[in-house]
Design a binder for this molecule. Structure first.
Ligand code: SF4
Length: 241
């Protein structure tokens, strides 16, 4: 039976499927979506641990699957170096960036607007230019308070399917996969980070919430940059959900 239309209870699957069953489910989701959407299926690779798992899974389904990276002027140098290495290893990864002028400390004054300009806009451009009909993300529902209501397959923007193939994985299973399959990760994890973003907005914490180190001291603390919450297709009827 196809997983793309499944109504499975994800909260139950998080706790009952074992590691191998989750890997197999993720591979099946990507495979079915690739069969359906072909080159319209593109992986959004943030270079974080979850993204590199999804990228590795996608490469197992078909090495020809393409992806895009969104980077900003505020990414740590380690992330930029890791990005450059990944792009050499995988030329099918396109890099998108917005270099337009913004006020120097917009991340302090209005982090939502900063993310809108530096992150959401390049994603919209990637979706448009790469003719994406199904984008694949590394979202996980156990990652934080803002990520509990997602589905494995959703259509928040009309005409743009979002596939979240590792939605039911736990943080431990992500590291299990990375270790067992010897996938390269951003060296910043060795410093103690659990969730990576731009330098001014990312801290090391011991909080239980995996995303607690993001946007500390702002109203966005532990939250989202907007890529997963804002409409990405503005040229279609409807304004997303
Ligand atoms: S994470 Fe911070 S620096 Fe990066 S785009 Fe968002 S607000 Fe700006």
């Amino acid at each position: 039976m196809s997983l793309l239309g499944t109504q499975d209870d994800l909260k139950v699957l998080v706790e009952t499927l074992n590691f191998k069953q989750k890997v197999d489910r993720s591979l099946q989701l990507i495979r079915e979506a690739y069969d359906k959407y072909g080159d319209g299926l593109v992986v959004a690779n943030s270079l974080g641990k979850d993204s590199v798992v999804v990228w590795d899974l996608a490469k197992k389904v078909d090495p020809k699957i393409k992806g895009f990276i969104v980077t900003t002027r505020f990414k740590p140098k380690e992330t930029v170096e890791f990005m450059n290495q990944e792009v050499v290893r995988y030329p099918e990864l396109a890099v998108y960036k917005n270099d337009s002028e913004i006020s120097p400390e917009l991340y302090n004054v209005d982090p939502d607007q900063c993310c809108e300009v530096l992150k959401v806009e390049p994603v919209k451009r990637a979706v448009d230019e790469m003719k994406v009909t199904c984008w694949v993300t590394g979202l996980r529902c156990t990652e934080g308070r803002t990520r509990t209501d997602y589905k494995e397959v959703e259509e928040r923007d009309k005409g743009l399917i979002k596939l979240n193939p590792i939605l039911i994985w736990k943080e431990r299973e992500v590291w299990q996969y990375l270790a067992l399959y010897e996938v390269k990760v951003n060296p910043l994890y060795k410093e103690g980070y659990r969730s990576l973003g731009c330098s001014p907005c990312t801290r090391i914490t011991n909080d239980d919430n995996e995303r607690a180190g993001r946007w500390i001291g702002t109203s966005k603390c532990g939250g989202e940059c907007g890529i997963h919450t804002r409409p990405l297709k503005s040229n279609l009827d409807g304004d997303g959900i």
